[in-house]
Design a protein around this ligand. Structure first.
Ligand code: FES
Length: 161
């Protein structure tokens, strides 16, 4: 049942808090052509992003998580190591390496782009994402559900099940 029938929002349990140490992630419902949703623990806070890069639709949420190096001078004028900012908050798409702020969905390469984010809540020790139906799997057809619930049916000689 939809949690919010007007907006077709659904409650999806991504796992337990114990399964999500800082720096860990999971991708829920990558199924039947749906992009799925990446859920990340960023320094103890949880964020959920659509697993679809707004650049060319790459699988964004399987990308590397890191920080951003910031240098006071160009590399040619060596002045030591660059400073790392946003440590653990930057998600890099595996296709063309564009970077996104995990905490806001903002693209760090093109300020016009942003990846869709979803509300996350901790409920009874579970990490819960409130997702839209468009991002969730298509329910199996009715005959598949019947098979799963009742097992295969045999057809008698008269054609009756
Ligand atoms: S598809 Fe993600 S950077 Fe191009």
């Amino acid at each position: 049942m939809p949690l919010d029938a007007a907006n077709d929002v659904r409650r999806v349990v991504a796992g337990t808090v114990e399964e999500f140490a800082p720096g860990q992630r999971t991708i829920i419902v990558p199924f039947r052509g749906r992009a799925g949703i990446g859920v990340f623990n960023v320094n103890g806070q949880y964020y959920a992003l659509r697993n679809l890069c707004p650049h060319k639709l790459g699988p964004l949420c399987v990308g590397r998580v890191s920080g951003r190096p910031v240098a006071a001078a160009p590399p040619s004028s060596y002045l030591g190591e660059p400073e790392i900012v946003m440590d653990g908050e930057v998600l890099r798409c595996p296709w063309h390496l564009w970077e996104f702020d995990l905490t806001t969905g903002q693209c760090l390469v093109d300020p016009q782009m942003r990846v869709k984010m979803y509300p996350v809540a901790i409920e009874d020790g579970q990490v819960v994402v409130y997702a839209e139906r468009v991002d969730l799997p298509v329910p199996p057809p009715a005959h598949s559900r019947a098979m799963a619930e009742n097992g295969p049916q045999t057809v008698g000689e008269d054609g009756a099940v």
